[in-house]
Design a protein around this ligand. Structure first.
Ligand code: MLT
Length: 446
């Protein structure tokens, strides 16, 4: 038996597994550490009561032969597909039908699995920095080519994102078969405007490309001028698949549920130029390799589409967003260059003078006892940046910002241990007028 050698070409460990093992090591050597997690985008607020109630009821359904549910439809239960089509799309003026929606066990799985339905020869385009699943799963499927000395893959097109372009990928000058786009972006927190997304749709139409639009963070968009779905752009149904998740929206990181939209209008061709509906191919793939998300979890997700569920989402997102705004303001006050943190739970921070993101990670961990995600883990253009998340509690968020600002103040002023208390005062003062949390909480009416 020969292995899939693409796996041995990959770096040893997935980004968040590496972070987790470094944190485990740190905890073992510092058992009394008061560590504040701001690395992986994992939620901290509990599941909404209406979802819990719906899941309890669904468990009761399993206890009687009249209401018991065995294998469900591989595409997901109609009750959930219909609720999604109605609330997330039709009520927002987008014509997506329940048949276009496929329930998943989260965005990450489908981002990787979609590679089953396009050619192994497809050239992939990704933003650098970007969510590592796009590249790693493409490499596993043999679409990476060779790993080059600069850490990039020979067959992948990297769309460089830097402070100069506001960390937004520009439309490439050449055609690419499959493009991964993420807005609000993980990791930089930046968002596409309607005009920018329109340019991407037109690019895909011109080049017959497929856009895989990762919209896992759409619920964080509060600005009405920023599109939450790519299908808000005319013509997008012919060129794009959209992927969404209940993980960050509704605290489902542990429950696992999301969905993928493959509109009936979206087609690809074989080598002879015959057209095929991608929805049909995806349906075939799912029916063969997936038995659906669990009935109990889908009933829980359905409850999110009640008015109580929608209110609960708004409330939790409001808290995470206010944390992110707080991080952004605090880091700006401390003199860092900052991106994201608005319409997004992620804040992307440049540490002046330090280009080694892992060193930065270690330093912030040991000096502030705050965990971050090193920017380099998202691509070469992430060197010298760290990603912070707004998913911790407001109290921990404030504490973490104070501690990170303190490192910065000490570093800039060259003050030693004796001056720690002076620095404390300065750092805290710098944060004093940050009333964004209260402002935003008030604005959202929570
Ligand atoms: C992240 O921190 O980037 C995400 O939580 C990872 C994920 O969703 O898999």
């Amino acid at each position: 038996m020969y292995i899939n050698e693409n796996f041995i070409k990959l770096p040893q460990s997935y980004l968040f597994s590496t972070v987790a093992s470094k944190l485990k090591e740190y905890r073992e050597s510092n058992p009394s550490a008061d560590l504040i997690r701001m690395d992986i985008g994992d939620v901290t607020l509990p599941i909404a009561p209406c979802v819990i109630e719906a899941m309890h009821k669904a468990i009761d359904d399993m206890s009687s032969s009249e209401t018991f549910h065995g294998y469900g439809p591989e595409q997901g239960y109609p009750f959930l597909r219909e609720a999604i089509a109605k609330v997330d799309y039709q009520e927002r003026g987008i014509e997506i039908s329940a048949d276009d929606i496929f329930i998943s066990d989260g965005a990450k799985s489908d981002l990787g699995n979609l590679g089953n339905i396009y050619s192994k020869k497809s050239v992939i385009g990704v933003a650098d920095p970007g969510y590592p699943v796009y590249i790693d799963s493409s490499v596993m499927d043999g679409r990476g080519g060779e790993l080059l000395s600069d850490g990039r893959w020979s067959r992948i097109l990297y769309m460089e994102c830097k402070p100069e372009n506001g960390f937004k990928p520009a439309v490439p000058s050449r055609g690419v078969d499959v493009i991964f786009l993420c807005s609000p972006c993980n990791p930089t927190g930046t968002v596409f405007t309607r005009d920018e997304l329109k340019e991407w749709v037109e690019y895909a139409q011109r080049n017959r490309s497929l856009i895989i639009f990762d919209s896992a963070y759409e619920a964080f968009v509060t600005d009405p001028d920023i599109p939450r779905s790519i299908y808000e752009i005319e013509g997008a149904k012919e060129v794009a698949i959209e992927i969404r998740s209940f993980s960050k929206t509704a605290g489902f990181t542990g429950l696992r549920c999301g969905y993928t939209v493959v509109p009936s209008e979206l087609k690809g061709t074989d080598r002879e130029g015959n057209e095929f509906q991608l929805r049909q191919l995806w349906n075939r793939r799912q029916s063969t390799k997936f038995n659906g998300a669990s009935y109990v979890v889908q009933r829980g997700a359905e409850a999110l589409y009640t008015s109580e569920g929608q209110e609960a989402i708004k409330k939790n997102i409001g808290i995470y967003l206010s944390n992110a705004r707080y991080i952004r303001k605090a880091m700006e006050k401390a003199g860092f260059e900052v991106f994201g943190g608005e319409n997004s739970p992620y804040v992307w921070v440049k540490w002046p003078g330090e280009t080694d993101s892992w060193k930065l990670f270690e330093r912030i961990l040991s000096e502030a006892e705050v965990s971050s995600t090193p920017g380099i883990g998202f691509g070469e253009c992430g060197a010298g940046f760290i990603r912070l998340t707004g998913f911790n509690s407001p109290e921990n968020t404030r504490k973490a910002m104070e501690r990170i600002s303190r490192i910065k103040f000490n570093e800039e002023e060259g003050l030693g241990e004796d001056f720690k208390s002076l620095n404390d005062i300065k750092a805290i003062r710098a944060l004093d007028d940050l009333d964004v949390l209260d402002d935003l909480t008030h604005a959202l009416g929570i």
